[in-house]
Design a protein around this ligand. Structure first.
Ligand SMILES: NC(=O)c1ccc[n+]([C@@H]2O[C@H](COP(=O)([O-])OP(=O)(O)OC[C@H]3O[C@@H](n4cnc5c(N)ncnc54)[C@H](OP(=O)(O)O)[C@@H]3O)[C@@H](O)[C@H]2O)c1
Length: 294
């Protein structure tokens, strides 16, 4: 029989909607991001998230903690069997390993570290247009999907010109584009392009690494007060109502719980307009035209 805490977890996991992708798969709209958590530290963080009902983990080879994520999955039983099927696991290819053969070799290593026999989504981490190899990389990604080792293929940080270039070379649009997106950096042109081409938008740094919690001179805080929720919950709810996939990161159990608990209230049109108006010219992260994560 399920205990009360099991029931609470089942309820939390069941509340998170799934977003239908252009390849027929469906991704939980909320995941846990694990950037800037070291390989030891990530183990309890992932275990706690799974305990709270998270069923989507967003990692990357470049975060240097795939082994720790793998240990957490093994310890909780989420790496095999029926439990594995309930989890959406994303990882990303290092920029330095783009290219056909190097991507295949890198993927083998990721799978070994994660202690799983497939990942749900494999992503190109940055477009690196100054050293473009995404067309070749994509062909390796397709092979991994054909071999059943990856379910969904995605990209991160692609601007429309990069999506078009990939499409010209491969005939494919990715299922997901993971981009920096939060109230003060809304990237409406990129979002619109993705929507027009059936590419789901996934917001990274959905709270601008915490900076947007104070956005607009108290705008977010005032909305939070009205609904008796936290500023983080207001921002995450805004993303959810916009249909965006989100991957907030927290190492704290109480914040992880909050970030999943965004289905008990709804924003008004006026509140949406007030948050929409916070859009600005300053990103929190890096510029895809010039950055490489190596
Ligand atoms: N594809 C890419 O190029 C790329 C780039 C950047 C990020 N990402 C992904 O996106 C994920 C999330 O982005 P992010 O980590 O940059 O930023 P974020 O999720 O917007 O913000 C995380 C920060 O907010 C704090 N926080 C979390 N929940 C909170 C809450 N309820 N109340 C108050 N503070 C809260 C966290 O602190 P504590 O941890 O101390 O609680 C942390 O400092 C990453 O972990 C990664 O998976 C991808």
């Amino acid at each position: 029989m399920l205990g009360t805490s099991d029931l609470a977890v089942a309820a939390a996991a069941a509340t998170v909607p799934h977003i239908a992708l252009n390849d027929g798969n469906a991704i939980p709209q909320i995941g846990l991001g694990v950037l800037r958590i070291d390989d030891e530290g990530v183990v309890p963080v992932v275990e706690t998230a799974l305990k709270l009902g998270y069923r989507h983990i967003d990692g990357a080879a470049g975060y240097n903690n795939e082994a720790g994520v793998g240990r957490a999955l093994a310890a909780t039983g989420f790496n095999t069997g029926e439990q594995r099927k309930k989890l959406w696991l994303t990882t990303k290819l290092r920029d330095s390993q783009q290219g056909y053969d190097s991507a295949l070799a890198a993927f083998d290593e990721s799978l070994k570290l994660l202690q799983v026999d497939y990942v749900d989504m494999y992503m190109i981490h940055w477009p690196t247009p100054f050293e473009w190899r995404s067309g070749e990389t994509w062909k390796a990604f397709r092979k991994l999907r054909e071999d059943g080792r990856v379910k969904t293929l995605g990209v991160c940080n692609f601007l429309p010109e990069h999506l078009e270039r990939l499409h010209d070379e491969t005939g494919d649009w990715p299922a997901v584009n993971q981009i920096e997106l939060h109230p003060t950096w809304q990237q409406r042109g990129v979002v619109e392009f993705c929507q027009q081409h059936g590419i789901a938008v996934e917001a990274y740094s959905p709270m601008a690494r915490g900076a947007d919690l104070n956005a607009g001179n108290g705008t977010i805080a005032k909305i939070a007060q009205v609904h008796n929720v936290s500023p983080a919950q207001v921002i995450l709810r805004w993303h959810i109502e916009n249909g965006t996939i989100i991957i907030p990161k927290s190492v704290h159990e109480e914040r992880q719980r909050q970030n999943l608990d965004v289905f008990g209230f709804a924003l008004t049109l006026e509140e949406h307009a007030a948050i929409d108006a916070l859009d600005g010219p300053k990103r929190a992260g890096h510029d895809p035209l010039t950055f490489t994560y190596a």
